[in-house]
Design a protein around this ligand. Structure first.
Ligand code: NI
Length: 171
């Protein structure tokens, strides 16, 4: 499993499923992480959760500034938010939610724990864009999308837009 993978988009049910805890980091998982990295950089995006490429493993990856700093892929396996505080509003988008962005309110600072691809513990105190990114990706692993944080009306309008687009594709 290497190379670019297809990114699943709303309303694909895999985006609504809860990803499962990873028990061992084996070759399959490392191949998944490698494929996720290639897919994210090619998209391009700053974060990706395994659900988005159709795998229900609790794995997320991110790289906030690949163009400025060069590629430095960060991986969190079994990520968990253990502390949260403050509030921040940011215009979010998602590779799985095509043609849409909306302001989402999240915690301004989060502490996230988990493991990296070498099974070393990860313990991150994140703020601003990294905090937003981690909350967004962990949401994915729990079957949630950023559009779940917007008003029912806005979400209904987006649903309508997508249904219209899918109908056109099928005509
Ligand atoms: Ni996303």
């Amino acid at each position: 499993m290497t190379g670019m993978m297809k990114i699943c988009t709303y309303p694909d049910p895999v985006l609504r499923a809860k990803a499962e805890v990873v028990k061992t980091v084996d070759d399959d998982l490392l191949a998944l992480i490698k494929g996720m990295g290639e897919t994210m950089y090619a998209a391009p995006g700053i974060g990706l959760a395994a659900n988005q490429i159709g795998s229900l493993k609790r794995v997320l990856i991110y790289d906030l500034n690949p163009r400025i700093n060069g590629r430095k892929l960060s991986v969190i396996i079994n990520p968990e938010i253990v502390q949260r505080e403050g509030e921040i509003v940011y215009e979010e988008a998602c590779l799985s939610v095509i043609d849409y962005s909306a302001e989402v309110k999240r915690h301004a600072r989060v502490k996230v724990t988990g493991y990296d691809q070498n099974e070393k513990p990860v313990d991150i105190e994140a703020e601003d864009l990294l905090a937003i990114c981690l909350q967004h990706e962990i949401d994915h692993l729990n079957g949630r999308l950023f559009i779940d944080h917007i008003s029912t009306l806005k979400r209904a309008l987006y649903k309508k837009k997508i249904q219209k687009m899918l109908r056109k594709e099928n005509d």
